[in-house]
Design a binder for this molecule. Structure first.
Ligand code: C5P
Length: 407
């Protein structure tokens, strides 16, 4: 049973395993983290694989184990830098004396050490070694150096050791590691919530080679999906045709047309608490796309278009709609158009931006005016990533208010 109420729900955790007999406890750690709703990827050093099979870790984590820095296949799936960016916590258990030394020296001589250098995530180490090694001043020095770089050491515990000796050096138990993380990693404002986000343009085919599209880059929608995930939500992003990397921790479904986008949204909306429609969905589409390339004839051509389904309005009109957020791109009369859409489409929030004067589409920066039925927030021009985080704060706060006021 997965408990999605704690701070670990939706967190992205890399579990690093180095060579030591305590590696037999690592699968248990992965299992415990997943029971709290964390997503786990495992990185093993070469010597770790002598103690425990990567297949075991693959089975308990549900993902292929990452082992080598220069593995073309693994790099193509999720490269080391991507993995370093993906993680919000890196827990190395067991951390051998050798690994601790390499980390203290700042080496990047295998996948795990390179990932530690390349990540901004918090790093946790659970040392495990023979008691004499643990007492060695060289190890103590290395641990002090790591602690001064804000690496958190967990343990070691004292007790009987694999080598037959007794003393400090045992890796602490997986549930104590999990408890240490739970004490620090607080739930985000949207922990335990599911969101669906649409982003990008839609392409409506005229014939096999031509389509009606628009200039939406998808950046704002992708930034919103990423910010929702950072706030602890589990996020599914339904993306129109764009060339963008999926934000860490977000599940992505690619679609092309408004019809496909509607279908993908309706198939996934049911367990969602929130829906954010950022996509620039086409307003009209050809009544029937031509089966063969339309030939030029030198004569004027009339295209017969029909309105596309309104995905946002469809979701807002469901019998039990989620919290619904729309976007509006306007060239003028921003407030009255935005408020009109809020009422007409029965939205909880609308985020409006001015387009056409070099802002909005196809650029990194944006500004938003956000309206609910009785409030207004002005979010000043800033990067789409920062803006998305500010918008997500408003969403979280308004959702909470709505829940508190619903009997
Ligand atoms: O009515 P307008 O297209 O300006 O509304 C914009 C908002 O509605 C955006 O949130 C957009 O994602 C959503 N929308 C939609 N389906 C459509 C048209 C717009 O979901 N067919």
């Amino acid at each position: 049973m997965v408990d999605r109420s704690t701070g670990l729900a939706g967190r992205r955790i890399v579990v690093g395993i180095s060579g030591g007999i305590a590696a037999y406890k690592s699968p248990e750690l992965v299992r415990r983290l997943r029971e709290h709703g964390a997503e786990v990827r495992v990185v093993m050093t070469e010597s770790a694989t002598a103690f425990i099979s990567p297949l075991t870790l693959q089975a308990v984590s549900g993902h292929r184990v990452h082992r080598q820095l220069l593995d073309e296949q693994a790099e193509a799936a999720m490269g080391h830098i991507e993995l370093a960016r993906w993680a919000d916590q890196v827990v190395i258990a067991p951390a051998s004396a050798g690994l601790i030394a390499r980390l203290a020296a700042g080496l990047a001589d295998d996948l795990l050490t390179t990932l530690v250098l390349a990540t901004e995530a918090r790093i946790w180490l659970a040392p495990a070694m023979n008691r004499v090694m643990w007492a060695n001043p060289a190890v103590a020095d290395n641990c002090r150096r790591l602690a001064s770089r804000e690496v958190t050491l967990l343990g070691p515990a004292s007790g009987s050791q694999a080598c037959g000796e007794e003393g400090p050096g045992r890796m602490i138990e997986p549930d104590r590691i999990v408890k240490a993380l739970l004490d620090v990693v607080r739930p985000g404002p949207l922990t335990g919530r599911r969101f669906l986000v649409t982003a990008g343009p839609t392409f409506e085919d005229l014939d096999p080679v031509r389509f009606i599209g628009n200039r939406s880059s998808g950046r704002m929608g992708f930034a919103v999906a990423g910010a929702l995930a950072d706030a602890g939500a589990s996020v599914c992003l339904v993306a129109g045709p764009v060339q963008l990397d999926t934000p860490p921790g977000v599940e992505r479904v690619d679609v092309r047309s408004a019809g496909e986008m509607l279908e993908a949204v309706l198939a996934r909306i049911d367990p969602c608490h929130g829906f954010v429609a950022v996509a620039a969905v086409a307003d009209y589409r050809p009544v029937e796309p031509a089966r063969h390339k339309i030939k030029k004839s030198g004569q004027p051509l009339t295209l017969s278009l029909e309105p596309c389904p309104d995905i946002l309005a469809t979701v807002a009109a469901l019998p039990e709609p989620p919290f619904v957020v729309g976007f509006a791109a306007e060239t003028h009369d921003l407030e009255s158009y935005a408020r009109g859409k809020l009422e007409r489409k029965r939205l909880d929030l609308i985020a409006a931006n001015r387009v056409g004067d070099g802002s909005g589409f196809e650029c990194e920066h944006n500004a938003l005016e956000v309206y609910s039925r009785d409030c207004h927030w002005s979010l000043q021009p800033q990067s789409k990533t920062t803006l998305a985080h500010a918008l997500v704060e408003i969403i979280a706060q308004q959702m909470q208010q709505r829940e508190e006021s619903t009997p």
